[in-house]
Unconditional design. Structure first.
Lengths: 301, 225
């Protein structure tokens, strides 16, 4: 278990963080998990996913929302709580100690949203969320500039994008079998299987390669991409190449379902004139191609 | 990052749902365990320890005044619940399906890691009072060399701890008559003594001395955040 809570001794210098005496975020949110979070916790803690995730009903479509039956309700997955499930209950993994702020029991394997809290990122700017539960003034001016926050935010968008592809394939499989009701353990097994193979892909690429992919992963605002663009630019753009490889892994499942267009969310409203950056330098086409997306994106829970 | 496979004993530990041992009334961690948990989780020992009066004089019993009362410490328990059984260790986590896990993981005390093995007259044995609900342990479940090594290290840490307690008791004895000390002060003394020992033994090495080398490599391989 590495130093927990975070940053207390980064680079040998004491960096003040309010987390040492606060555990509000561990007690007051429904914490969404990506497929990679589930796989990581399951394999490293040697727990079955059913032992630490719960199903959350979703009204509106989201990239991580899955169905268990065609035309049925949407669900997402979140971390379980201790005792009766309610938003203001402590996380199931929380170590509660009398006379001390609580500590995370799975710190090295914690979900990506736990790593990014309380920061957010939009248009390349990493900053403190407005609605945080942290003690007022707890985060000093400029603390969002520490590189680890940007790294975490990049990982968040990366993980959610890949998970979106994973979920999309499952939903297509469900849609291909109308009248069949699938059960949650099947969905969880699929997630573990897919991420086991995605982990092999990451191991083949190596930690430096993965770091480069995650570091250059496009964040919002960004153009929509279709399959042709991905295929055309993948050889020269590392993150696109990874995306194509990951899709190759995901598309091996349920072969009776044709490969889908990329589910990558885009800032679909932006026209070429409104793009604040020159995409050519990123190795991408200059104009976003119209795509039916899910609407404005959300990088934060 | 490839995962190390659990040892046979670890696999049994992970698979155990009951964790009867974690419900034992008194679980006494070693001094080094207290230091490791406190320094890794950045919590004061008083947040996860309790202390109790012990009748017989013991080498690991500390004083808090000149009355001659002896105290020992143990892991704190979780909050009391309206059940027949007493609450388990404060670090025991329960999942919704009724299964249990130790939330300390690799940080768990040596007494927990070696359970239910013990050394009797130079021989590694299974404690007869293990109290496991679902299975009977036998020596083939363990790597005897590893158990011997862990148990020997535990014994060695006990000697270190007793020396630290002895030093504390001398401090108490030398204090002016009527002086009173609190448990927290004893804990701070223990932490400082181990800090000093770790600093002198780790001078020049990269490890922070908190975890055994294999686990430390794993945690340092993580991204910054």
């Amino acid at each position: 278990m590495s130093m927990n809570p975070p940053d207390a001794r980064e680079d040998g210098k004491a960096t003040p963080v309010p987390c040492i005496t606060c555990d509000a975020c561990c007690r007051n949110y429904v914490v969404p998990v990506s497929g990679e979070d589930i796989w990581k916790l399951s394999t490293r803690q040697r727990l079955d996913p059913s032992q630490f995730v719960v199903v959350v009903p979703e009204k509106a479509p989201r990239p991580d929302a899955f169905r268990l039956a065609e035309g049925g309700p949407l669900h997402t997955l979140a971390l379980d709580k201790k005792g009766p499930f309610s938003i203001k209950r402590p996380c199931v993994f929380l170590i509660e100690l009398p006379g001390s702020a609580a500590r995370c029991g799975v710190y090295d394997d914690r979900p990506i949203v736990c790593s990014t809290y309380p920061m957010s990122m939009w248009s390349g700017v990493v900053a403190l969320r407005r609605d945080v539960l942290c003690p007022p003034g707890g985060w000093p001016a400029g603390s969002a500039l520490q590189p680890k926050w940007r790294t975490a935010m990049q990982r968040l968008v990366f993980q959610m994008d890949i998970y979106g592809e994973v979920v999309a394939r499952w939903n297509a499989r469900v849609a291909a079998r109308p009248g069949v009701s699938f059960v949650l353990p099947e969905y969880l097994s699929y997630v573990i299987n897919v991420y086991s193979r995605l982990n092999e892909l990451q191991e083949a690429i190596g930690p430096e390669g993965v770091k480069g992919v995650v570091g250059t992963w496009p964040t919002f605002p960004r153009p929509a991409l279709d399959a042709e663009t991905v295929a055309e630019f993948a050889p020269r753009v590392p993150w696109l190449r990874y995306f194509a490889l990951a899709r190759g892994v995901i598309d091996e499942f349920y072969p009776y379902v044709s490969p889908l267009p990329p589910a990558l969310r885009a800032n679909a409203d932006a026209t070429a004139a409104e793009q604040p950056v020159d995409l050519v330098t990123a190795g991408l086409p200059t104009a976003p191609r119209p795509v039916s997306g899910h609407g404005p994106s959300r990088c934060t829970p | 990052m490839t995962l190390a496979s659990p040892t046979k004993k670890e696999a049994i530990w992970i698979a155990c749902r009951e964790k009867t041992c974690c419900y034992a009334p008194v679980v006494i961690p070693g001094g080094h365990d207290i230091w490791r948990i406190s320094r890794s989780l950045l919590v004061q020992p008083t947040s996860f320890l309790v202390y109790f009066r012990t009748g017989q004089p013991r080498r690991d019993a500390f004083h808090l005044d000149h009355s001659g009362r002896e105290f020992r410490l143990a892991l704190a328990k979780g909050p009391t619940r309206r059940t027949k059984t007493a609450p388990p260790c404060v670090f025991l986590m329960k999942t919704r399906d009724g299964s249990h896990r130790c939330s300390l993981g690799d940080l768990r005390p040596a007494v927990c890691r070696t359970f239910p093995a013990e050394v009797v007259d130079g021989v590694v044995c299974v404690r007869p009072d293990a109290g496991c609900a679902c299975r009977g342990w036998n020596l083939s479940d363990m790597d005897l060399d590893e158990e011997w090594s862990d148990l020997t290290e535990r014994q060695s840490d006990l000697e270190t701890y007793c020396a630290i307690v002895d030093k504390w008791n001398s401090l108490v004895a030398d204090a002016p008559s009527g002086a009173l000390f609190v448990f927290e002060q004893f804990c701070q003394h223990v932490l400082k003594e181990y800090d000093a020992r770790e600093q002198s033994s780790n001078a020049g090495t990269a490890s922070n001395g908190l975890l055994p080398p294999a686990a430390a490599e794993g945690s340092h391989a993580q991204d910054g955040r």
